[in-house]
Design a protein around this ligand. Sequence first.
Ligand code: NAD
Ligand code: TYD
Length: 339
Amino acid sequence: MTIIVTGGAGFIGSNFIFYMLGKYSNYRVICLDRLTYAGNLSTLKQVMDHPNFRFVKADICDRDAVYQLFEQEHPDIVVNFAAESHVDRSIDQPDIFLHTNIIGTATLMDACRRYGIRRYHQVSTDEVYGDLPLDRPDLLFTEETPIRTSSPYSSSKASADLLTLAYHRTYDLPVTISRCSNNYGPYQFPEKLIPLMIVNALNDKPLPVYGKGLNVRDWLYVEDHCRAIDLILHKGHVGDIYNIGGHNEMRNIDIVKLICKHLGKSESLITYVADRKGHDMRYAIDPTKIFNELGWFPETTFADGIKKTIQWYLDNRAWWEDIISGEYQEYYAKIYGNR
Ligand code: NAD
Ligand code: TYD
């Protein structure tokens, strides 16, 4: 079995590569990644010399490069993680999100049509469903919840989902889609809530909480997400969408306070800053379908997952110190400077 993993130098894609190489000794895994600011070759250091692994630097929107790789490798499976993934950046600069997330997805699926494929899997997000009110804890996103996006990021991901379903219906492409809640764990770029707060707290810098910090996300440890995608690839129903969620809703402020507690830092570092434009209030996934059909459920509790994650950032200072010393500084000044 040969699998192309796009975006494998990023957070979830790299964890998925480690998971698959660890689990299947006879699978070949090829990582296709453009190495944007979010992609980091040092993340893949532990598998670079693995005999079943190959890294290819390319853009998923580059049709020639993508077709060339398919011609060489004839993959059985493509799992598309490659994306611009950060909501705040999409508010600042939507165009790159439309290009990578929509055109890139179509280009990959065109290659799948041309060269043949056993499965194309689109890694999507619960953000395509929009948000839920705080005062209706009974409401959850199911696979039937209508798409109702808020940000340029989620709109681009929803567009990619619609294209994926269209390629299935029109060309009979064997696709699956997963829509997952917020992930956390090792190798997450410190622009997202949990790693940003860990890194800032370790540097005794202010912890910028948007609005009142009451927004709710449903947090899932990254390895649980990887296991769910593996199950969908092997046992999932072609043409179907699977929601993946942690049954773990938490308010942002409670997460930030928990990080302070774990690191022995004062909550006085917490600084309330201007809210995100169009900020989604609450995400909550109903993962009943993937539990009933594939027997998946989250195995890592938040209490364990957050401890492991914080420990990873403590043990891997060089990884994130390198990141925050570069163009990240400009990003940080732009997003947080006048907030
Ligand atoms: P990330 O930003 O950490 O990594 C994205 C990777 O894609 C990087 O390695 C980057 O170099 C690569 N990439 C970007 N543009 C590319 C292009 N044009 N061609 C080739 N490679 C390109 O993202 P992540 O958090 O690991 O998310 C991975 C996927 O999972 C995304 O599709 C995202 O929408 C989805 N997702 C993320 C979460 C989350 O909580 N992080 C939750 C649900 C779904
Ligand atoms: P984020 O990690 O960007 O994920 P998403 O917006 O895709 O859910 O943000 C998670 C939540 O944390 C979201 O409600 C925004 C909030 N947040 C802050 O309060 N401060 C920050 O510095 C960041 C990055 C996020």
